[in-house]
Unconditional design. Structure first.
Length: 460
């Protein structure tokens, strides 16, 4: 659902009681955490229960499973409804809020409201936002900055995706998918890359790139922009921003000295570039390199970003959020290093009809770097099904022999992987949807971890 951003975003103190529809999502749950930490009365609903919902209950939120107008209780005109982009127009809680005259905000405006009294450092880009936001957060924590933060995934070290710190900085993952990153008042920013995506929102690659220009134009005049010039789109953005008089700092994964021997949590040039961008931003903010590097070295990852799920039967299992051809390529490079002498088996779940229509063949090509591939059914998220767009667009483009490519449902994917796996292999599950459930099922079938629910799926 595309709820319009109000002309004036209310401050946190004016939101009253807040009900968040889709509160279990990666972005919305972080906003809820910050609101609870700032003393607001918070309620919400989501389609299914999860550890994320229970964690919010433990922090004081009233959280319902399922959507019903009755969940709004006695909220009135001085209170606020926040709506995830994953929620449909016919949602009964949204309809009831409109009937009552409640203030209704999209998640972008809600995040802007909770950040309004802090100095915002926003991390944008097509790929790597969550990892870079996480790295910058832990680096600033190590440097004593005490930042508040909102990330699109849970930090492995803390198990949370957002918190309020005592310092003046607020580090935020800035999502371009629905234009949310254009809503924030930003002191400084990182752009990891500009690689066309979300064309259901932007229409053309040119319009998508222009949105990043608008984002850069909104940075405070006394702030700065960090860009990774390994990516052509980000390099062009840096040139345009510098020509417009912006203070621009560039980084490249080819810089062999900047991380000074720090061993990162995962291999891969894209992760190295994320760490370099976080380091550069921290230094531009005035913090000591040694302290920032100590934080980066301590980083143990973020949930669903090359996350080790366990090992059973001699098979290691990892899970990652990659859902775009560039992201698939990067994570398969990292996984190949981690696999060592073993084979790499990948289960991929295409995400969104619109993305699969445009990039399905490229996704398949990227998956060809694996030894065996299992392609799951398409995860629809916020879009309606299209009979002409299925996971076959991906599977048929994988450049591997036919006996090394399979299609499976979510229910059969784990068994399909286990049939193919042997000791020494690495299994990687990829995608932005429910594929994250497959890794634990693989481990269970191999005699490892028990089955358990997944949580923290993206907001659409």
């Amino acid at each position: 659902m595309r709820v319009p951003v109000p002309a004036t975003i209310p401050p946190l103190t004016d939101l009253g009681r807040v009900h968040l529809v889709g509160i279990g999502g990666a972005g919305i749950s972080g906003i809820a955490r910050v609101m609870l930490a700032r003393g607001l009365t918070v309620s919400g609903s989501d389609g299914a229960d999860s550890p994320t919902l229970q964690a919010l209950r433990d922090r004081g939120a009233t959280v319902h499973v399922g959507h019903d107008a009755a969940h709004l209780g006695d909220l009135g005109a001085d209170d606020t409804l926040v709506v995830s982009t994953a929620i449909h127009d016919d949602n009964p809680e949204y309809a009831e809020a409109v009937r009552r005259g409640l203030r209704v905000l999209p998640r972008s405006a809600a995040l802007a409201s909770v950040m309004g009294d802090r100095r915002v450092v926003a991390v944008a880009g097509t790929h790597g936002k969550t990892t870079t936001t996480s790295l910058l957060t832990v680096a600033l924590q190590a440097a004593g900055a005490g930042p508040s933060y909102a990330i699109g995934g849970d930090l492995a070290a803390t198990g949370v995706n957002a918190d309020v710190g005592p310092g003046e900085l607020f580090v935020a993952e800035a999502d371009e998918s629905d234009g949310a990153f254009l809503v924030y008042d930003v002191h400084a920013a990182i752009v990891t890359n500009v690689d066309a995506d979300h064309l259901d929102q932007w229409g053309t690659p040119e319009a998508y790139a222009a949105a990043f220009d608008e984002f850069a134009d909104g940075i405070d005049p006394d702030g700065f922009l960090v860009c990774c010039v390994d990516d052509p789109g980000a390099a062009r953005l840096a040139e345009r921003a510098r020509a417009a008089g912006r203070r621009v700092v560039t980084v490249s994964a080819a810089d062999d000295s900047a991380l000074e021997g720090v061993t990162l949590w995962a291999p891969g040039d894209h992760y190295r570039a994320d760490a370099l961008a976080a380091l550069a931003a921290g230094e531009e903010l005035g913090f000591a390199r040694a302290d920032l590097l100590r934080g980066i070295a301590s980083y143990t990852g973020t949930r669903r970003r090359m996350e080790a799920k366990g090992e059973a039967g001699g098979v290691r299992v990892y899970d990652s959020y990659a859902h775009h051809p560039t992201e698939i390529d990067g994570d398969l490079q990292s996984a190949r290093v981690l696999a060592g002498e073993g084979r790499l088996l990948v289960a991929f779940q295409p995400h969104l009809v619109s993305r699969t229509r445009i990039f399905g063949a490229a996704m398949g090509e990227a998956l060809g770097a694996a030894d065996e591939v299992v392609v799951l059914d398409l995860y629809l998220a916020r879009e309606a099904a299209d009979p002409a767009v299925t996971s076959a667009l991906v599977a048929e483009a994988v450049p591997l022999p036919a006996d090394r490519v399979a299609r499976a449902s979510l229910a059969t994917a784990a068994a399909t992987l286990v049939e193919r796996a042997r000791p020494g292999d690495l299994v990687l599950t990829l995608g932005a949807g429910t594929v994250t459930q497959v890794g634990p099922e693989v481990l269970s079938l191999l005699g490892g971890l028990p089955d358990g629910p997944a949580s923290g799926l993206a907001d659409g």
